[in-house]
Every structure is written in structure tokens, then in C-alpha cells.
Design a protein around this ligand. Structure first.
Ligand code: GLY
Ligand code: MN
Ligand code: MN
Length: 449
């Protein structure tokens, strides 16, 4: 049966007004700081392939999406003026070539003064007359879409909005809980397809069917990797045939509800007990990392600590030898774990603001030697983020260890054993609380069984 999330919207309706109030407060602050009177949030425009009339899938401005769950509404605008009900200029073109957005409908409509327009010219009359007092937030590639507003994405305002998006409202967390449930149902279907010996493409289709998403609706391209494909961190090809011998399956796939994403990875052994044991070690290590999450901890420190924990895991499994500090210092752990521990999650899978130390736009660099870490902030309550440790046999990285002090710490025969399995990643989405966290992903899987 395909997933249906429409009835869940009743619960979201109760949480939505407080979410809008939080947005109003942060936009008031952004306006005050930038000396403007109105924030105009543009949903974005369709983009077309070069020399073609085919449009790319529409990706709305994430700021627009965080105001309203309108994932398919190009050329529309939200007008926020402090103290007034926000205006939604809802663009519903007269077009018989393409489906057009239906009449505004849903729990979110009560929070807006909705003005349906059928031509772009009509947008202008619903914007504040004094364009000099407006700031426009959005991607404007065609001047006509700015309607004479000159202050587009002013840095001070955008920094405030980006920083604030790091902490989610209860409404956003409810959407993300549902996105986790939706994703977990897809993961369950994908695992069954893997156990049935199907191809990557067939597994991908089983996933999309279970979550009831078209490919364009997925929050990111599914990674469906059999065997050594799991070592390609962003493996987004789909082989049409299953491999002659099936060893392993790594799937990194999410789902979305009202534009809010989940981002989940699981790894499975087909029938090899030793690889399965390594997966269980990773699962336990991932939970140990998650047990350290709470408001106030430094995520960059946790990333470095994860390297030590993965060094210990690799040593316990006989793949490397040495103590965790040495394995970290010599670059052994980086060769096996070459990506970040995780990132903020929201209306964007890699949500903005992960490097920001304050709303003024100051940033914190990733630690030296860890350039791919996307989250360096100290954790605060109601941040939602991923925890996704992994180990892989990536020969181009492991070969770099030859001739260095790291070489003698690698048990190369054991690397040869692991290579056909590709790698292991376990990725959960957690919501930070004062004294711990809520694991959206584990709870979603538990609710399935
Ligand atoms: N699926 C992309 C990521 O895990 O960051
Ligand atoms: Mn992922
Ligand atoms: Mn991720």
C-alpha cells in the first residue's frame, strides 16, 4: 500500500500558527536590522535546459518553503509586514499546456491573506507600493521578477534568517517526524527488494513506490548501491541487472513531507556473517555517538571523536592496528571515513547555517584535516541533524597511505576482504534536546515493526 500523509495534516494544523509566529518574529528582526519595512519572499522561477523548452524540476526557494508547504508554486510571493497578516500572492497562470496549481487549500491558508493572481502583471498591485522599503529574499535571475525591488538578499537579513533556521519549530519537527516515517517505510521495502535479489533500479523503484514519491519529489537522489558501489559516496547510477554474486547493500534515501526532508542510510549483508557483524559494530558505534548528543556540545569535536571511535572499530575488526589517537593522527581513519559526521536537516537536506557561530554571519571553519564537515556549530535544542558515520574501501584514498607512517597500521589483506562489500554507513536524523536527543529515524523504524 502506498503511503498517505494527508490525514496527518490535522495534527500539523494545530502546530502551524506558532510556526508562523516564529517566522514573523525572525523576519521582524531581519527587517529591523536591515532598515526595511517589508520582506518579500519569492518562490522562484522555472529553469530551462539550454536551447530547449524542457524545464528542470522546480526547486523552490527554501525560505518560501519554510513559510508554507507549497513545493510546486513558481512565481509566487509572500509579503511580510510587521504587525500585519502575511500576504501570499499565489500565482495560478492560465495555461492549458501544463497542470496549474489548484485553488489554495489546506491548514496553512488560514495564516495568510491569499491573493490569487493569473498573470505576472497582477503581482505588482499586491506588493507594497514603496519598493524602496522592501527587501526581496529569493533567487532572481530575471529583473522582471523583482518588480523594481533593488535590495535583494541583503546580507544582514539573510544571515539572521539562515541562523534562525538552525533551530526548528514544533511544526517543523512534526513534519520531519513524518518524513522519517515515510522514509523508513521505503527503506523497509528496499531491504525486501534487496533480499529478493533485485537490481539497483528495481530496488529504487520499490523504494519510490513505498514512499509514494516520484524521483523529482525525493529530497535528494537515492543512493542504491549493491556490493562495491557502496564505496562511491554519492553513487546515483542504477544498474539494470543484479550482480552475479550479491554481497551487500547500502541505501541512502530520504522522503519529504510538506517540503521537510529525512535523510536515512542503512547497510545490509546478503549472507556473509562477518560483514553482518561489522555492520552491527557500526550500528552500536553510531548509537554510542548519538548517546553523546545534547544541547551545548560542540559538533566538530564530536566529529573528531567519531574518528577515534571508528579507529577503535576498525582495530577491533582486525582491519587496522594501532590505538585510536595514532590512527587519527596518521590519517588512517580519514582514508576509511572521508566525509563529515553529519549536517543540519530541514527544507534542505544540507540545511543552511551549519558553519554559523552567530546571526551576524560569523563562521566556524571545520577542524584542520576535516574539510568536508558541514556542521561546526555548538548544538542547541531543536536543531535537527544527521549522524552518519561510515567506513569504506576507497582505493584512491587508501593508496595515499602507502609510503607514509599509516601504511603499517593497515592490514591490507583485510582491506582486500572488505573491498567487495564497498562500505558501511548508518545514518539517523536526530532532534537535539536539553539533555539528549530524539532519534526520529529509530522511532520511525520501530513504529513499522
Ligand atoms: N544523502 C546525503 C547525505 O547523507 O548527506
Ligand atoms: Mn544521506
Ligand atoms: Mn546526510
Amino acid at each position: 500500500m502506498e503511503a498517505d500523509y494527508s490525514d496527518k495534516n490535522k495534527a500539523l494544523a494545530a502546530l502551524y500558527p506558532a510556526h508562523i509566529e516564529a517566522l514573523r518574529v525572525r523576519h521582524d528582526h531581519a527587517l529591523e536590522t536591515s532598515g526595511a519595512a517589508h520582506a518579500i519572499i519569492f518562490s522562484g522561477a522555472l529553469k530551462y535546459a539550454f536551447l530547449d523548452d524542457r524545464d528542470y524540476p522546480f526547486r523552490p526557494n527554501p525560505h518560501f518553503l519554510s513559510w508554507a508547504p507549497l513545493t510546486g508554486l513558481p512565481l509566487s510571493y509572500i509579503v511580510h509586514t510587521p504587525g500585519e497578516t502575511p500576504v501570499l500572492i499565489y500565482y495560478q497562470p492560465h495555461d492549458y499546456w501544463h497542470p496549474v496549481p489548484g485553488a489554495p487549500d489546506g491548514y496553512w491558508t488560514a495564516s495568510f491573506d491569499v491573493r490569487v493572481v493569473h498573470t505576472l502583471v497582477d503581482v505588482a498591485q499586491h506588493l507594497p507600493a514603496d519598493r524602496e522599503k522592501c527587501v526581496l529574499i529569493g533567487e532572481v535571475e530575471d529583473d522582471a521578477h523583482a518588480f523594481g525591488i533593488e535590495r535583494i538578499n541583503p546580507t544582514a537579513a539573510v544571515n539572521i534568517l539562515h541562523y534562525a533556521r538552525g533551530q526548528k519549530t514544533e511544526y517543523e519537527i512534526a513534519c520531519m517526524r513524518l518524513a522519517s516515517q515515510r522514509g523508513a517505510s521505503g527503506h523497509r521495502a528496499a531491504e525486501m527488494a534487496f533480499r529478493d535479489g533485485l537490481s539497483e533500479l528495481e530496488i529504487h523503484r520499490a523504494y519510490c513506490k513505498a514512499v509514494s514519491h516520484t524521483e523529482d519529489e525525493l529530497p535528494y537522489g537515492n543512493i542504491v548501491a549493491l556490493n562495491d558501489h557502496g564505496a562511491v559516496l554519492h553513487y546515483t547510477r542504477f544498474d539494470r541487472k543484479p550482480p552475479a554474486a550479491i554481497h551487500s547493500f547500502l541505501i541512502d534515501a530520504g522522503a519529504q513531507v510538506n517540503g521537510y526532508a529525512s535523510d536515512i542510510t542503512r547497510t545490509y549483508s546478503y549472507e556473509d556473517a562477518r560483514f553482518d557483524e561489522l555492520i552491527q559494530r557500526m550500528d552500536a558505534t553510531q548509537l554510542d555517538i548519538i548517546a553523546k548528543i545534547q544541547a551545548g556540545i560542540d559538533y566538530a569535536d564530536l566529529h573528531v571523536e567519531t574518528h577515534r571511535m571508528l579507529g577503535q572499530l576498525l582495530a577491533d575488526a582486525g582491519i587496522v592496528s594501532g590505538d585510536p589517537d595514532t590512527l587519527l593522527a596518521t590519517g588512517v581513519t580519514s582514508a576509511f571515513f572521508p566525509h563529515g559526521l553529519g549536517h543540519l536537516l530541514g527544507v534542505q537536506v544540507h540545511d543552511v547555517g551549519g558553519f554559523m557561530s552567530d546571526e551576524a554571519g560569523n563562521t566556524i571553519d571545520p577542524p584542520s584535516g576535516h574539510p568536508f564537515l558541514r556542521l561546526t556549530r555548538s548544538l542547541e535544542e531543536n536543531m535537527v541533524l544527521t549522524i552518519e558515520p561510515g567506513i569504506y574501501v576507497i582505493d584512491m584514498l587508501l593508496e595515499n597511505l602507502r609510503g607514509t607512517p599509516a601504511e603499517s597500521h593497515v592490514n591490507w589483506d583485510e582491506v582486500d576482504w572488505l573491498r567487495p562489500y564497498g562500505g558501511i554507513r548508518i545514518e539517523d536524523n536526530v532532534r537535539v534536546t536539553a539533555g539528549g536527543c530524539e532519534n526520529l529515524t529509530r522511532e520511525a523504524f520501530a513504529a513499522l515493526s
